[in-house]
Design a protein around this ligand. Structure first.
Ligand code: ATP
Length: 140
């Protein structure tokens, strides 16, 4: 089995989408191995999104992701990384509403920035992101 990192972003928690998202995760065959609700500070957010640090949207992204608590989960199933990416849908939630109306971002997100959820984009980034948040319980 494979593991991936999922995050419900601040707009997801504020919009009360947590139960819907977690029910969808479980109904899709994932096991939630670990979860934690955190208020990210600026340094943690910048570390997590380091690969985007040179992008013009980076300051906005850091403001958004630190604007309220996030719920971080380790998900496990066969093919977890790409199956979770498929379930959340395209990055731009406003476009997802048209092209992937049943995706989580279509149902819970707003636009390109406020897209409700995160998913690791590769097995390598999943390993990095899981150990970023769950240093000691990674092998649960
Ligand atoms: P994530 O990494 O959160 O799963 P993603 O891989 O689909 O999303 P990335 O291109 O890695 O998308 O961008 C990371 C996050 O930065 C997006 O989820 C979104 O919140 C934000 N973002 C991306 N592009 C823009 C943009 N042009 N303007 C504002 N925010 C953006």
């Amino acid at each position: 089995k494979e593991r991936t990192l999922a995050m419900i972003k601040p707009d997801g928690l504020v919009g009360n989408h947590t139960n819907f998202i977690q029910n969808t995760i479980l109904a899709s065959g994932f096991t939630i191995l670990n979860q934690i609700t955190l208020q990210l500070d600026q340094d943690t957010a910048k570390g997590f999104y380091a690969e985007h640090s040179s992008r013009t949207f980076f300051p906005n992204l850091i403001n958004y992701i630190t604007s309220g608590p996030v719920l971080i989960m380790v998900l496990e199933k066969v093919n977890a990384v790409s199956d979770w990416r498929s379930l959340i849908g395209p990055t731009d939630a406003s476009k997802a509403k048209v092209t992937h109306p049943h995706s989580i971002r279509a149902m819970c997100g707003v636009n390109l920035e406020r897209n409700c959820v995160h998913g690791s984009d590769s097995i390598k980034s999943a390993a990095r992101e899981i150990s970023f948040f769950f240093k000691k319980t990674n092998s649960a």
